[in-house]
Design a protein around this ligand. Structure first.
Ligand code: NI
Length: 176
C-alpha cells in the first residue's frame, strides 16, 4: 500500500511528466489499486502517491482502468453537475460541473493506444483524474465563498498532510 498524499502536499500541484507506457509493472499496479480500493476510492492519480508522472487508474463500477499519458481530444459543451470527492481531500464532497461527454486518447496497461468516448459518471471520473496530472484539484472549481466556508476543514487536512510528509522524511533518514 502507498501512503496517499493529502491537500497541501506540493506534489499535488506539479504538472506531471509523460512516461514510457510500458514501464508500469503488474506489481506496482496491484499495489496502487489496493491503495485506491482500500480507501473506497473511485480513482487514484500518480501524484496522489507522490509520483509526478502522467498516469492514473479508476474504477467507475465496471473494471479497473489504467490510463497512461492521456489526452482529452474533445469535451462536450453540455455539462452536468455532480458530487465529487478526492482521496487527497478527505471528507469534503462538493458539486462540480463537468462535460457530460469526452473523447479521450491514452495508453492502457498493456501499452496499447486506446481512443474512447466516455459519458456521464465515467467521463466525470476521467476528467477529475486528468486534472490531477496538471496539478489541479476539484476544489479549485469552487467559488471563493464556498472555499472560504471550507477553509477550517482544508486547514485541518493541510496539517495532517504536513505530518505525513514529516513522517516520510523521518523514515527515509532512518533508511540512509
Ligand atoms: Ni482526486
Amino acid at each position: 500500500m502507498f501512503k496517499v498524499r493529502l491537500y497541501g502536499d506540493p506534489v499535488l500541484r506539479v504538472i506531471a511528466k509523460e512516461i514510457d507506457p510500458e514501464s508500469l509493472t503488474d506489481e506496482f499496479i496491484k499495489k496502487m489499486s489496493e491503495t485506491m480500493y482500500m480507501d473506497d476510492g473511485v480513482g487514484l492519480a500518480a501524484a496522489q502517491i507522490g509520483i509526478s508522472e502522467r498516469f492514473f487508474m479508476y474504477d467507475a463500477g465496471e473494471k479497473l482502468n489504467v490510463v497512461i499519458n492521456p489526452e482529452i481530444l474533445e469535451r462536450s459543451s453540455e455539462v452536468e453537475l455532480g458530487e465529487e470527492g478526492c482521496l487527497s481531500i478527505p471528507d469534503i464532497f462538493e458539486k462540480i460541473s463537468r462535460s457530460l461527454k469526452i473523447k479521450a486518447k491514452y495508453f492502457n496497461r498493456q501499452g496499447h493506444e486506446e481512443i474512447r468516448v466516455l459519458e456521464g459518471y465515467e467521463a466525470r471520473v476521467f476528467q477529475h483524474e486528468f486534472d490531477h496530472l496538471n496539478g489541479k484539484l476539484f476544489i479549485d472549481y469552487l467559488s471563493t465563498v464556498k472555499r472560504r466556508l471550507l477553509k477550517p476543514k482544508l486547514d485541518e487536512i493541510k496539517r495532517r498532510s504536513a505530518e505525513i510528509l514529516k513522517e516520510m522524511r523521518n523514515l527515509s533518514h532512518k533508511r540512509n
